[in-house]
Design a binder for this molecule. Structure first.
Ligand code: CMX
Length: 432
């Protein structure tokens, strides 16, 4: 059975669970909302549902019930490679099942048929000012392709709630197949004098590495990076934005483009570029002097005293070191143990948590995914750190597209939380 047939089966099997919860238990309370949560970004308010991934504050992320090491071990890998096919991961997120090698290769072949990027997309990117941020180029390129949407056509021709997931799946697959080429184009166009490398039409990891012009094991870096950055349950800003826009019955192009705009914020995906920018600033200030822990502490304190955050540390949900940080750290220990920037990042790991703890503000002083990812990209020659969030975006697309396909499958409603006025909050506060 192919991926789409399996997905159809899973959706039909799942629907009665959602229907029953709504009909029989719709008024069961999941919790209460405090004024702090209302003003403070809805932290921990339980009002979203997804089965694609779950984020435990202490353990970190599980994709379809599996930890990161379990996912990496279970999925089929290209011969001689350490990391699984991204296409196999897409299958896992959509169905909850580990695909066989044959099932994985079916998706690789399917993506080869879908990965032709319309030439007008490149014209649109080139029409933007060259100094535009690469995330502007990426988000614009995705939005520009909206006219290709099969879901939008399906809606125009007569919408049916039960089969709406089919065209959402089609759009999501088309997008995912094309994103590596669009991302690599932006990189080569913006930073490599427009010297574009043709798509070798292999698997996603190989395609991306080749089009970026970087040799192995960068194909494995791409696989690891895309998988690690894919999903972090539904409440994070990029996943939530994609879901919110899709809930209006917008198609995957509008929804993903909006999600990428959320990812571009410095408190979210842009933090990985900020880590490298911050470190480069430290290196410049050191002017050739080998940094000691004392010196590093001084830079960290200076940053905090200036009112800025330490990028790559802290998290809205996690309360321990991010396992995505750990995975990348293990990669660094294997492939770049003596790299200067890796050593600096390691030193940060030793000094930042204690300082944040002593300041007493951050609820989680430990490093997140962004603390380590830029170091690996820098090592393989991508020193243009403005570009890092685009690669995060290719990975994040896997998770959010799987989510909005299921949103349609289960007929999730238009999102519409209620807002109150400050006077109303003051009134509740007086009574409470
Ligand atoms: N450096 C300095 N201060 C920090 C901090 C950090 N790394 N992390 C949290 N704090 C501060 C917050 O700014 C906040 O201060 P105020 O009360 O003055 O506003 C206080 O500690 C409490 O914050 P929190 O409840 O612990 O964290 P939030 O849920 O509000 O924010 C996050 C989470 C990630 C935005 C925050 O930790 C942060 O700004 N980190 C640095 C940026 C970063 O690495 N972002 C990437 C996150 C991963 C991702 O989404 O990609």
């Amino acid at each position: 059975m192919g991926l789409k047939e399996k997905l159809a089966q899973k959706i039909v099997e799942h629907r009665p669970r959602t229907t029953r919860l709504l009909k029989e238990f719709g008024d069961v309370k999941l919790g209460e909302v405090t004024i702090e949560q209302c003003i403070g970004g809805a932290r921990d308010v339980k009002c979203l549902v997804t089965d694609i991934s779950y984020l435990d504050p202490m353990e970190g992320i599980r994709f379809r019930g599996r930890t990161i090491p379990e996912v990496m071990a279970a999925l089929p890998k290209p011969a001689g490679k350490d990391f699984p096919y991204v296409e196999a991961f897409w299958y896992l997120l959509l169905t909850g099942d580990v695909p066989t090698m044959a099932e994985t290769m079916e998706i690789v072949e399917d993506f080869k048929k879908r990965n032709k990027v319309p030439t007008y997309v490149y014209d649109v990117i080139k029409a933007l000012p060259k100094e535009s941020h690469p995330m502007v180029m990426f988000s614009t390129a995705i939005l520009a392709m909206q006219k290709e949407s099969k879901f939008a056509k399906f809606y125009e021709e007569g919408f049916n709630k039960l089969s709406a997931w089919d065209t959402m799946y089609e759009d999501s697959s088309d997008l995912l197949a094309r994103l590596p080429e669009i991302a690599a184009f932006i990189y080569r166009y913006k930073y490599k004098g427009g010297n574009i490398i043709a798509n070798p039409n292999s698997d996603m990891g190989t395609n991306f590495a080749k089009m970026m012009g970087i040799d192995a094991p960068y194909d494995d870096v791409a696989r690891m990076y895309f998988i690690l950055h894919s999903d972090h349950e539904s409440g994070n800003a990029s996943a939530h934005t994609t879901h919110l826009v899709a809930s209006t019955l917008s198609d995957a192009y509008y929804s993903l483009s909006a999600g990428m705009d959320a990812l571009a914020g410095p408190l979210h995906g842009l933090a990985n570029q900020e880590v490298l920018r911050w470190l480069q600033d430290v290196i410049t200030k050191l002017d050739g002097v080998e940094p000691t822990e004392e010196l590093m502490k001084k830079f960290v304190l200076e940053t905090l005293d200036s009112g800025a955050v330490i990028p790559g540390f802290g998290h809205a949900v996690l309360r321990k070191t991010d396992p995505r940080y750990q995975s990348q750290r293990e990669f660094c220990e294997k492939h770049l143990p003596n790299d200067k920037i890796f050593k600096y990042v390691d030193m940060l790991y030793r000094v930042v948590p204690d300082i944040l703890l002593a300041k007493g503000k951050a609820k989680n002083p430990w490093p997140n995914v962004d603390a380590q990812s830029g170091v690996i990209q820098w090592f393989y020659g991508i020193t243009e750190y403005d570009f890092y969030t685009v690669m995060f975006g290719v990975g994040r697309a896997i998770g959010v597209l799987a989510n909005i396909t299921w949103d349609r499958g289960l007929g999730y409603a238009l999102e519409r939380p209620k807002s109150l006025t400050t006077a109303m909050l003051e009134d509740v506060a007086k009574k409470g």
